[in-house]
Design a protein around this ligand. Structure first.
Ligand code: ADP
Length: 396
């Protein structure tokens, strides 16, 4: 069947890609070009269980997409079935509340939203322009991380700062990981009929981490803000802190406000507290061998996640489901345990045996019989959502 979609997630120094077929159910090939812009950049293809890497001559985004095109000419059956390209776009501002077919107006809209995602959106635009050049005639779709949260009410998305900042500059909460939350909400509705009429909390915990409250299938609150810095403690991001710290850090280190912001974005979180790593798995190993700094960082991550989940719950009529997803949410039984331990007051309880024995990569429920809330582990699948949105928009 002719329904294959090339999904592209083009960042400033990496480009992830996958080709999905069969209504997004099968991943035919996937890969990553990384260290773009350096002399060591390479591209890796994973196809039929085998990984193949090659150096990229000039380390450019364009040569990465050209390699994908070359790979396709060596695999003509896959190339023939390709009907469209779906791009992940981080920031859609208030302009995009759903996925769209890309034309010049849309490209300009993505450019306008770049003020809030100065690293991401310009890279996405580059990826889109290169894809148009190398795959002329193939329709392209943009899928926005922010779109799912455009249903938030004004009292949730506004910051309590002078209103002209919103009116003139669109400073407000946008939220991210929306494609993941939309997938989880739909997947849960397949698992539990009627859950799209209930209250759901989702913790998307990866290197970047956020939580979201979903009521009757719509996002009603989320922890990330105008940028992905707000909310939870993350791999290298501090998450929410007293904003005065920004000026204290810049004075203490004699650095600019932007450089102080860099400290909060790149040197804080699990990395800053543990002084070991931003990686949860590395920290769990260090904790297991007795490292107290690793344990402190992980426990801080857990209590902050629990606090944000509890505050999200204020937007729901009931907490019928709590879902863990993302690399940490799907794999760290320790963090799931500590997070849920801090949600006992909300009658959320997990079964430690189910939690510890949860199958890797699988969907499962881990709540105890007495829990008021069903607790789930559901692997996220943003590529599938991007492929499905692309199919749906190009077939209209
Ligand atoms: P990103 O936000 O970059 O997409 P991921 O969702 O891939 O991140 O999550 C990456 C995080 O998941 C890392 O901190 C990693 O250590 C953690 N992780 C992955 N597998 C495990 C595991 N088996 N146990 C604990 N943490 C894990």
């Amino acid at each position: 069947m002719k329904d294959s979609i090339l999904v592209i997630n083009c960042g400033s120094s990496s480009l992830k890609f996958a080709i999905l077929s069969n209504a997004g159910q099968d991943t035919l090939v996937e890969g990553i070009a990384d260290r773009l812009g350096t002399e060591e950049s390479s591209i890796t293809f994973k196809f039929e269980g085998e990984k193949k890497s090659m150096l990229l001559e000039d380390g450019s985004h364009k040569s990465a997409v050209a390699h994908i095109k070359d790979w396709l000419s060596d695999h003509p059956a896959i190339a023939r079935a390709l009907v469209g390209i779906g791009h992940r776009v981080v920031h859609g501002g208030e302009t995009f509340s759903q996925s769209v077919l890309i034309d010049n107006n849309v490209l300009n809209g993505i450019k306008e939203c770049a003020q809030f995602a100065p690293l991401h959106n310009p890279a996405h635009i580059k990826g889109i322009e290169i894809a148009f050049e190398l795959f002329p005639g193939l329709p392209q779709v943009a899928v926005f991380d922010t779109a799912f949260h455009q249903t938030l009410a004004a009292e949730q998305y506004l910051y309590p700062i002078p209103m002209h900042f919103y009116r003139q500059h669109h400073f407000r909460k946008y939220g991210f990981h929306g494609t993941s939350y939309r997938y989880i909400s739909q997947r849960l509705a397949q698992l539990v009929a009627g859950s799209d009429q209930q209250g759901v909390l989702v913790a998307h915990l990866g290197n970047g981490a956020s939580v979201c409250a979903i009521s009757k299938g719509l996002s009603v609150d989320t922890s990330m803000g105008i940028t992905p810095l707000e909310g939870l403690m993350m791999g290298t991001r501090s998450g929410s802190i007293d904003p005065s710290l920004l000026s204290f850090i810049s004075q203490a280190e004699n650095i600019s406000a932007d450089a102080a912001l860099d400290v909060l974005n790149k040197k804080s979180g699990l990395l800053g507290v543990s002084e070991i790593s931003n990686d949860c798995r590395t920290l769990e190993e260090a904790m297991a061998s007795g490292d107290q700094r690793a344990k402190l960082a992980l426990d801080m991550f857990a209590v902050r996640t629990a606090k944000h989940l509890a505050s999200m719950a204020t937007t729901l009529e009931s907490i019928d489901h709590l879902v863990f997803t993302g690399g940490i949410g799907e794999n760290s039984s320790y963090l799931r345990h500590v997070i849920c331990d801090h949600l006992k007051a909300l009658n959320i309880r997990i079964d430690s045996t189910l939690n510890e024995n949860a199958p890797r990569g699988g969907t499962t429920s881990i709540n105890s019989a007495t829990s008021a809330t069903k607790v789930w582990i559901i692997p996220t699948n943003e590529e599938l959502m991007i492929a499905l949105d692309t199919i749906s928009l190009i077939s209209h």
